[in-house]
Ligand binder design. Structure first.
Ligand SMILES: NC(=O)c1ccc[n+]([C@@H]2O[C@H](COP(=O)([O-])OP(=O)(O)OC[C@H]3O[C@@H](n4cnc5c(N)ncnc54)[C@H](O)[C@@H]3O)[C@@H](O)[C@H]2O)c1
Length: 321
């Protein structure tokens, strides 16, 4: 970005939000973080991202819920953000079966609150997190942004797609520039404990068996956190009038190969319990990334062979194993 901007990062204590915040602060922007430190997974990891990953960096942190319109209005009044990087959400495909309302609240109401405040305060652009899950069980792979995405197979996916549609209406009605980034299975240091790579690594280092869903016959387009962070920052810089873009590595990896990489990085052999597919899970994800390359000048650089050892190294250091 040519000039330093004031950027509001929601979900700033989260996995992706904290990495993006770090990069934005390092580039000289004034960064304001909002996070409710939701207990969906151990909030001490969120506290540690703030205390360690963002150590000694200048930023302002609000412990707020993005649905709390009066509190959010105050933040907009105080900081007058130029750009919004909206990462806050109730994530996870499986948890929606337990607590569906968390998705309606954080994802739908939270996003609507931000769109409405962005309109009222004349924000110059929004980059928001969407998800590969919106494609559901796709008819063909790799998935393209022009593919119809109207059959979500989880409530999480339904709310993420709904957020994109709400965003489009705000773009259309109020000319708000918005880019929705459809992330594909993001992993890396400071990653989320509810995701497969994290639980495989934990199990390997604790000598415990792992549950392998879909009998191991699943594939994911794993994308390294530094590549995603780079894509989010590029999207903020470009501030396109409207876009929905896939951010994935563009190369699906089988679950079994992923497990082998965890085994080799930890030096342990995992005992695998093969189980059926879980409701809401798709069999494979695979992004066509032509659009993100063309419109953002973005290119993912880290493959799974390089990324898994980096994740395992962070895990060992952080948890002292
Ligand atoms: N990690 C992935 O593989 C992946 C893939 C696709 C999409 N996404 C999306 O990317 C975004 C970031 O994901 P992440 O992996 O960093 O997840 P995360 O759970 O680590 O980060 C989200 C953060 O938002 C906060 N939050 C949740 N609800 C909130 C609310 N109502 N108000 C304020 N803060 C709230 C949480 O406390 C958390 O710190 C999310 O929108 C997620 O849906 C992530």
């Amino acid at each position: 970005m040519d000039k330093p901007k004031t950027i509001l990062v929601t979900g700033g204590a989260g996995f992706i939000g904290s990495h993006v915040a770090r990069k934005l602060i390092a580039s000289g922007h004034e960064v304001v973080l909002v996070d409710n430190f939701s207990p969906y997974y151990d909030p001490s990891l969120k506290e540690a991202r703030i205390a360690i990953l963002l150590k000694d960096l200048p930023f302002t942190l609000y412990r707020n819920d993005v649905q709390d319109a009066p509190a959010m209005r105050k933040i907009f009044e105080t900081h007058k953000p130029d750009l919004i990087c909206h990462q806050a959400a109730q994530a996870g495909v499986r948890y929606a079966i337990q607590d569906p309302f968390a998705y309606g609240e954080s994802n739908l109401m939270g996003t609507l609150t931000l769109l409405e405040l962005s309109k009222q305060f004349g924000v110059k652009g929004i980059v928001m997190a969407s998800s590969s899950s919106i494609y559901g069980d796709a008819a063909h792979y790799p998935v393209k942004e022009t593919d119809v995405a109207d059959k979500p197979i989880s409530l999480y996916a339904a709310t993420k797609r709904a957020c994109e549609l709400m965003a489009y209406s705000y773009h259309h009605l109020y000319q708000l520039p918005i880019t929705c980034l459809r992330f594909f299975t993001v992993y890396g240091p400071w990653g989320r404990p509810d995701m497969a790579l994290f639980s495989f690594t934990k199990a390997a280092l604790e000598g415990k068996p792992i549950d392998v869903y879909g009998q191991g016959d699943m594939a994911r387009d794993f994308t390294y956190i530094d590549d995603i962070t780079d894509g989010v920052v590029k999207a903020l810089e470009k501030n396109l009038p409207w876009a929905a873009l896939n951010l994935g590595r563009g190369k699906p990896e089988s679950l079994m190969h992923t497990i082998e990489l965890v085994e080799s990085a930890t030096g342990k052999t995992l005992e695998k319990k093969l189980l059926p597919m879980q409701p809401g899970d798709v069999k494979q994800t695979w992004a066509d990334i032509t659009q993100a390359k063309a419109l953002l000048g973005w290119e993912p650089n880290v493959n799974l062979e390089k990324g898994v050892p980096k994740f395992v190294e962070w895990y060992r250091e952080y948890y002292g194993v």
